[in-house]
Design a protein. Structure first.
Length: 478
């Protein structure tokens, strides 16, 4: 890895760690401020873990900064029942004033509340700066059908506009919403998937038999697929020097609309057409800004290759626009996505299992991929709305080691008039902490398997040289 790629990696890694830590520390800050408000004893408030590189006691609270950038914590001894056990300094915990169940509930609730407030802050920022949306996300038109795939065998074609999946109306291709093509395929449970399309104004229905990608025993099980891709305008990202595209004066950001009069719904359709017509001179309809024109082009086989090409590298993001969803729309979408996943997890017929969720490694890797894009911060802030809403709701689950568990214990204490015994509480926390740690290790194992340990490296330069007796490509004026 050269210096520039290494610097690029370190900058993105810093951005990921910074954002991740902000979200965790804000959650813990909620507990801290609520504890101070309700008069609880706060032993320590720490940012990062490990041996402190800085600490100071202010107002009876020890503030610290560790050296491991993995969030933060707040120590609240009164949140745990005591049986006259001593602290390290010899002072009995029983000497601390008792805390009412109401105060315990407020302190426990404050963490998820601050996560939700941070989600609202992020949502407001996204509303102002906009969220990048690709044309392929918001369409339901099929752009490409893989050869010999379930969709291909069923009769689906590029240009078909999907109306519904298994009776569920769809209005977008991607996402985890109920109106998403991809989500409705993944969450389907029958032996076939009913796909209704609009083809040239005519409604057609196809029964597609989904398949699951074969995976090794050490990878997450594959989810249902029918191997279709959304429509997107073929947009040029790069033109290789000396290539037929270069000779035809094709430029980056040009959009290729047609080949020999056939509309292109995906750049992969042009790739297939070139491969199947290696010796044919073809006509491309190109849009450049507001101007539309045609060029003639003949594929060539690059040096060291055996596949004919025209020398174009595609922008697979397609056309991007900025959407400005309101904070309420973003919060509703986040809650909806979470409950859709929970519903799928709880369904016995669903292929979506706990192993398909991501742990900290998987989430940070996803953030890294977002930051790698040209719209990194916008996409990361948009995803952070979803992350913080999920963090708030999941922490409210009534499990002893989570905030919801503390709320449940506070309610039990309120009803009983006394807290649970320390022995029972320790047993519950040990059991659930073991289960939670075990599950996190389980999903982390799968997260690690999906990390591309080998660098893909730079895209190789294609070198075009005309064969002996073959004329070199000549420039064309658009």
């Amino acid at each position: 890895m050269g210096f520039k790629p290494l610097l690029h990696f370190l900058v993105i890694l810093f951005e990921v760690i910074l954002l991740f830590n902000i979200m965790i520390v804000v959650h813990e800050l909620g507990h801290f401020l609520a504890a101070k408000w309700r008069g609880l004893v706060v032993e320590r408030f720490g940012v990062w873990f490990g041996h402190p590189i800085w600490k100071k006691e202010i107002g009876g609270v020890t503030y610290s900064l560790g050296w491991i950038p993995a969030g933060g914590f707040v120590a609240l001894p009164q949140m745990i029942p005591n049986d006259n056990k001593e602290e390290n300094n010899g002072q009995e915990k029983s000497s601390l004033p008792p805390v009412s169940p109401k105060d315990k509930i407020i302190v426990a609730l404050a963490g998820p509340l601050f996560s939700l407030l941070l989600a609202i802050v992020f949502a407001l920022v996204v509303y102002v700066v906009g969220r990048p949306v690709s044309e392929s996300e918001m369409t339901t038109v099929i752009g490409y059908v893989m050869k010999d795939s379930p969709a291909y065998r069923a009769g689906l074609q590029p240009g078909d506009k999907i109306v519904s999946i298994d009776g569920h109306p769809v209005s977008r291709f991607q996402g985890m919403d109920n109106d998403s093509v991809t989500w409705n395929i993944i969450r389907s449970e029958g032996s076939t998937i009913a796909v209704e399309v609009d083809r040239n104004g005519k409604k057609l229905r196809f029964n597609v038999v989904p398949v699951k990608e074969e995976k090794s025993a050490f990878q997450r099980k594959g989810l249902r697929q029918i191997f279709i891709m959304p429509a997107q305008t073929p947009t040029v990202a790069k033109v290789f020097p000396g290539s037929p595209a270069d000779a035809a004066s094709i430029q980056p950001n040009d959009q290729i609309l047609e080949v020999d009069g056939q509309k292109l719904y995906s750049p992969f359709l042009l790739n297939d057409y070139v491969s199947s017509h290696p010796q044919k001179e073809m006509t491309l309809l190109i849009k450049r800004g507001e101007k539309t024109f045609s060029v003639r082009i003949k594929p060539m086989t690059p040096e060291g290759e055996n596949v004919p090409r025209i020398g174009i590298l595609w922008d697979l993001n397609g056309q991007m626009t900025l959407s400005h969803p309101t904070p309420l729309e973003q919060l509703k979408a986040s809650v909806s996505a979470m409950f859709n996943v929970l519903q799928a997890l709880l369904s016995p017929k669903s292929d979506i299992k706990p192993q398909h969720l991501s742990g900290p490694i998987g989430i940070m890797r996803f953030y890294y991929m977002l930051f790698e894009s040209p719209h990194g911060w916008r996409l990361a802030l948009w995803f952070s709305v979803l992350f913080n809403v999920n963090a708030a709701l999941i922490n409210l689950f009534p499990i002893p080691v989570l905030d919801g568990g503390h709320i449940l214990l506070g309610l039990v204490e309120w009803i009983r008039g006394r807290p649970l015994s320390l022995k029972l509480l320790e047993a519950l926390q040990t059991v659930f902490a073991t289960l939670l740690i075990g599950y996190m290790l389980y999903v982390t194992f799968f997260d690690v398997q999906e990390i591309p340990w080998k660098s893909k490296g730079n895209i190789p330069e294609l070198k075009f040289h005309p064969k002996e007796g073959e004329p070199a490509p000549q420039p064309h004026s658009p």
